[in-house]
Design a protein. Sequence first.
Length: 271
Amino acid sequence: MKPQPGSYTPGPWCPTQASDGPDKSGIWLKDGQVLDADGAFMGKLPELYQDKNWQMVDPKTGKIKVTDTREACDAAARPDVDPKYRNYCVQCLPEYLESDHQTYVIPLEPLAPGRTGEVRMGGAGLAFNGVRLDGPAPVDAILGAYTIAPFDDCGGHVNLHAGYHYHAVTDCLNKSAPAASHGAQIGMAMDGHLIFARLAADGKAPADLDRCNGHTVQGVGYHYHAGAPGGNSILACLSAESGCALEGAAQTCDASQVRRPPPPGGGPPPR
Ligand SMILES: [Zn+2]
Ligand SMILES: [Zn+2]
C-alpha cells in the first residue's frame, strides 16, 4: 500500500501558468508564514528572495516550468539538483511511486521525557491517516538551486523515497483528526507520545511547551503540539527514546533499548 491519506487526494502543488490561482497550486513556507505558491508568487520570487536569478515564469508566455516526469522529479528533488532544473517548480506525483510500504517501529509504551533527541531521517512521527510527519523540509537547499517544491494545502508533498509526507500540520489535517477533550489528536511521535493540533481545545496554543513542543497535562500525560504551519517544524525534537522508519528489508531498528534509571547511589545510566 502506498502511504496516502484516505480522506482526500493529495495536491495540487505547482502552478503551470502565471495566471493560476491558489486553487491550482499549493503553499510555500517563508519566514514563519504560509504563502500561496500560485502563479503570482512564482512571478514575485526575485523580489521575495531579492535575487534576480529567479525566473520561474516565462516573461513571454507566462508559462511555469514544472518537473513533469518521474525522472525529472527525481533529478530535481536530489540534494545536488541537476542544474538544468534551475527555475523549475518541482513536484513528484503520487503515481510515480512504486507500490511500496513503509514500516515504522514506535515504542508501544513511550518512555518519560528526559532524553531529548533530534528528529531523524524517519521523521517526527506518523499522522493517524498513515502519512509521515516529517522533519523540516530542506528549504535552503531547494531555494539555493532556484527551485520551489510546494506543499499542498494539507502541508504535504511527494518524494520518491518517503512517498507523500507532511512538513506542516495545517487545518486540513486538524479538521479530520479525532477530537479529545484536550484538542484534536493528529498523530503519534516516533517516541510513542501523542501529537495534538497546535491549538488546544480552548482555541489557544499552550504557553508551557518545552523546546520539543511538549508538555504534561493531568489526565493526558506527556504529549506534543504540532508547530505552527509556517515554521517548517512539526516537532522541534523528540523528548524520549524514539523508534525509526525501516528503509528497506536490510535495515533493523531496535526500539527496545529501554533507558534504565540510574543505579542507586548515582552514576551514569547505562546506554
Ligand atoms: Zn519533503
Ligand atoms: Zn497539550
